[in-house]
Design a protein around this ligand. Structure first.
Ligand SMILES: Cc1cc2nc3c(=O)[nH]c(=O)nc-3n(C[C@H](O)[C@H](O)[C@H](O)COP(=O)(O)OP(=O)(O)OC[C@H]3O[C@@H](n4cnc5c(N)ncnc54)[C@H](O)[C@@H]3O)c2cc1C
Length: 401
C-alpha cells in the first residue's frame, strides 16, 4: 500500500481540525489535513451563532463576508409563553458558517498544511499498542493508502469514529445528542436582533427551539430535542409546529437536519500517538450544544501539547497535559453546564415556568460573555431546593469514558 509520512495527521477539516492543523504547521510540523467531504464547510449543519466578536477573533479575523448579523441580547420564552429579555449589545454574532470554516482551512493551507478533500479516514494503524497513523480512502480514486504520523488527531465531529478506534470512548448515547432540524427562513420579524430560545415539552422536549437572526428579516429557525423524550416524533415534526407558530408566513429557503453533541466531558482526550478534539471529544457546551468556539479552544490546547511533546513520537504521557488543561478550563465550565442541563431539561413545564424567571433574574447568570454555569446551577437549586438531592447524585457520577 502506498504510504505518506507526516508529523501530524488530522482527521476532519471543521473548525477543530483546521485550527489544530494550522497551529502545528506554524510550529514547524509537517501536517496532513484529511476531509471526507469534497468541499470544506459544506453542507452547513449549524445555527451559526457564536459568542462576542473579541472571543472569536482570538482565532480568526472576521470581515463582513463572514459576519451575517450582530446579536444584541437574549430572549427566553418559557413554556407558558412568558418572555424574558436580557439586552446585551455585542453578546454574540451569527456568522456564515461555510465561509467561516473555509477561511480557517485556507489559513491552515497558507501555513503549509496539505489539505486533501474527498479523503476519508478508514481505520487507525496501531503498532505495539500505539497509534502510528491511519488508513485513508481516496474517495475519488477509490483506493486506500497509509499515512504514518507521529500524532494522529481526531477532529471528526459528531459522527466521529476515530476516538472509538483509539478506545477513548464508545459511541454517543441517544440522550447525548440533540436531534436537530432547522430551516433558514426569509420574511420573519427579528426586530431587536435578539437570539431567541423557546422552551417547553410541546415545543422541544429535552431541548429548545431557536431563532437566530441572520440579517434583515432572515433567520435560522430550528429545534433541538432529546429523542428519548420525544414520544417517537422527529425533530422535523417539532420544527413544523414551531415554524407555524413563530413565523407562519415566512418563506422557507433551506432545511437541514443533524445531531449536535450535548455529552459530558471525556475522562481522557489522548492516548499513545492519538488525541481527540472538538465535538468528537465531547467539547461542546452540554447545555446549549454550541461547539464552534469550544472546538477552536480545544484545538489550540491540543496543538500546544503536540508541539510541547517534541518532534518524536507523542506518548500518552506527553499528551496528558492537554486533558489536564482542558479539564481545568473549558472542561470545568462544561461540567457545570452538564449538571445544569441534566437538572433543567428534566423539569416538567410547570416547574420550568416557575424556575425560568428566577434563573434569568439571578444576579450574574447572564453577562456580556454569555451564561455563568455555576450561578445557573445555584439559581435552579435555590428556586427548587428539592433538586439538591438530584444534583448530589449527578455530582457523584463518574465522567464519561
Ligand atoms: C443543527 C445544529 C445547529 C448548531 N448550531 C450551533 C451554533 O449555533 N453555534 C455553535 O457554536 N455550534 C452549533 N452547533 C454545533 C457545531 O456545529 C459543532 O459543535 C462544531 O461544528 C464542531 O466543530 P468540529 O470541528 O469539532 O467538528 P465538525 O465541524 O463537525 O467537523 C468535523 C469534520 O470531520 C469530517 N469527518 C468526519 N469523519 C471523517 C473521516 N472519517 N475522515 C475524514 N473526515 C471526516 C466531517 O466531514 C467534518 O467536516 C450546531 C450543530 C447542529 C447539528
Amino acid at each position: 500500500m502506498e504510504t505518506t509520512e507526516v508529523d501530524v495527521a488530522v482527521i476532519g477539516a471543521g473548525p477543530a481540525g483546521s485550527r489544530l492543523a494550522r497551529r502545528t504547521a506554524d510550529g514547524g510540523r509537517r501536517v496532513l489535513l484529511l476531509e471526507k467531504r469534497s468541499r470544506v464547510g459544506y453542507p452547513v449543519r449549524c445555527a451559526e451563532a457564536v459568542g462576542p466578536r473579541s472571543e472569536v477573533e482570538r482565532y480568526l479575523d472576521l470581515d463582513d463576508s463572514i459576519v451575517c448579523s450582530p446579536i444584541d441580547g437574549v430572549l427566553i420564552v418559557a413554556p407558558n409563553g412568558r418572555t424574558l429579555r436580557s439586552r446585551t449589545p455585542g453578546v454574540g454574532l451569527v456568522v456564515d458558517r461555510e465561509r467561516f470554516d473555509l477561511r480557517l482551512a485556507e489559513h491552515a493551507v497558507a501555513a503549509g498544511v496539505e489539505l486533501r478533500t474527498g479523503h476519508q479516514a478508514m481505520r487507525l494503524l496501531v503498532e505495539k499498542g500505539r497509534v502510528a497513523g491511519l488508513v485513508v480512502r481516496d474517495l475519488g480514486a477509490g483506493r486506500d493508502y497509509e499515512v504514518r504520523a507521529r500524532v494522529t488527531a481526531g477532529a471528526d465531529g459528531v459522527e466521529a469514529l476515530s476516538p472509538q478506534w483509539a478506545k477513548l470512548k464508545g459511541p454517543f448515547r441517544p440522550e447525548e445528542v440533540f436531534s436537530c432540524a432547522q430551516e433558514l427562513v426569509e420574511g420573519i420579524d427579528v426586530g431587536e436582533r435578539m437570539i431567541e430560545f423557546h422552551l417547553g415539552r410541546e415545543i422541544a422536549p429535552g431541548g429548545y427551539a431557536w431563532v437566530f437572526p441572520k440579517g434583515d428579516r432572515l433567520a435560522n429557525v430550528g429545534v433541538g430535542i432529546d429523542p428519548l423524550l420525544a414520544g417517537g416524533q422527529t425533530a422535523a415534526s417539532f420544527l413544523e409546529v414551531f415554524l407555524s407558530r413563530r413565523c407562519p408566513d415566512a418563506a422557507r429557503m433551506r432545511r437541514i437536519v443533524g445531531g449536535c453533541a450535548v455529552a459530558r466531558g471525556l475522562s481522557s482526550l489522548a492516548t499513545d500517538g492519538y488525541l481527540v478534539v472538538g465535538e468528537a471529544g465531547h467539547q461542546n457546551n452540554p447545555f446549549s450544544g454550541g461547539g464552534i468556539v469550544n472546538a477552536l479552544e480545544g484545538a489550540d490546547m491540543a496543538a500546544d501539547a503536540i508541539l510541547a511533546a517534541g518532534p518524536g513520537a507523542a506518548t500518552a504521557k506527553a499528551l496528558a497535559g492537554y486533558t489536564r488543561r482542558w479539564k481545568r478550563t473549558v472542561g470545568a465550565s462544561n461540567e457545570r453546564f452538564w449538571l445544569a442541563a441534566r437538572i433543567f431539561y428534566a423539569l416538567d413545564d410547570d416547574e420550568a415556568d416557575a424556575i425560568i424567571g428566577r434563573v434569568a433574574s439571578f444576579p450574574g447568570v447572564f453577562h456580556r460573555g454569555g451564561v455563568r454555569p455555576a450561578l445557573m446551577v445555584a439559581a435552579i437549586v435555590i428556586a427548587r431546593p428539592a433538586l439538591l438531592a438530584r444534583l448530589a447524585r449527578l455530582c457523584r457520577r463518574r465522567p464519561r469514558r
